[in-house]
Design a protein around this ligand. Sequence first.
Ligand SMILES: Cc1ncc(COP(=O)(O)O)c(C=O)c1O
Length: 442
Amino acid sequence: MESCLPPEILTEIPGPRSRELAARLKKSESRNVTFVSSEFPVFWERAEGGNVWDVDGNRYVDLTSAFGVATMGFSHGSIRSALEKQAGKLWHAMGDVHPTESKVLLCERLAALTYGRIGMDARVVLCSSGFEAVEAAMMTAHLATGRSRFLAFHGGYHGLGFGARDATGWGFFRDPMRRILAETVDFVAYPGCEHCPLEPYRKEIRNTISAREHAAVIVEPVQGRGGVIIPPHGFLRMLREECDRTRTLLIFDEIFTGFWRTGFFLACDAEGIMPDLLCLGKALGGGFPISACVGQREVMDAWPESRGEALHTSTHLGNPLGCAMALAALEIMGNDDFLRKLRKLSEVVKQEMQRLTNCFQNVGVRGRGLFWAINPDRTLKSSSVGISQELMLRGLKSGYLLLQAGQAGEVISLSPPVTLSKTIFTQFTENLIQVYKEIASN
Ligand SMILES: Cc1ncc(COP(=O)(O)O)c(C=O)c1O
């Protein structure tokens, strides 16, 4: 099987089986969860490499890595073997009471890959979802500093637990829950472009941050769901300086950007700046829901030593399937073949994005590595939402899985797996150009 085949559409999209499942889902799942319309969604049946097949037999090219998780492609042979081997032995242990060797290995590996590589000692808290890793970091910062407020950024997304939602800078997620959130977060502006001058941002942070009150600054080194927004070089250094000046901790939420998504192992490697606490998830588990908060030892040692009852834990912490899959995923991400593919595809994506902007004056693109956003009309902020949605739906009908991003869904985001070939990605751009021309002429 090739690592990615071109799309093959056999039925109208969504096909009859997808439509039937959508109708049934509407009667059983909370109406808030899955967006169901006459055009959306398609139900997945299986996936391999860079392809997904739906229940009607249509084959898609995945340009999302399924929310940035399947960076090395679906059903990767070594992750599958690790899963099968572990499944043959043990699926569940007692994470904080009687754990497995795989938990030891994963904690060791994560510490070595993050702080260990700069000669620092680290400690790890394993969790299941990204938001839990964020909340573990927030709780750590509180214990380590004794302070109770956080500084976060407009447009930042950290997940939807109570603490993580509180730090998420989107009114959409915060406002309906405001009265039950702790409201411990102050928000400042995130630089909206790669070439913005830094000083106004530093000034706002200086005016907001309080050495008595703020436990930590929490930030995505590249805002992901906010629309793949890349801050200017020097932004992370500036944050480090402001945090050091006020003895505030610095948390990098690399749940989306970690594990090579932006062409660096961690997005913060672009500036060579390390935080005090690091949140990891998504690609970590190769498809298994596992995440981690990794921190410098002195900071993490603010947690009391467990004497039989952990102050923070969960039932599935250190699940053996998850640890085995994560170890396999980290192994793949460390090998030369993966890195070669990543660099090659990143170069192709960059060139193709340039081609798009050469074809259409109004199209804006931004990104790094395998993480990009396409703004279909950078001159129109609100009406580009409709165009993005149309591009996403037309893409789906042509066999390309895409996501909208940005607080209003104003951009199309691309986070493809490394398994895509140059030919497949170029075909996608051709398709996009064609569709865009059709939309623009209407
Ligand atoms: C930067 C970032 N942090 C946290 C999260 C939350 O992760 P999860 O949905 O696994 O809770 C996400 C999810 O998209 C994310 O992009």
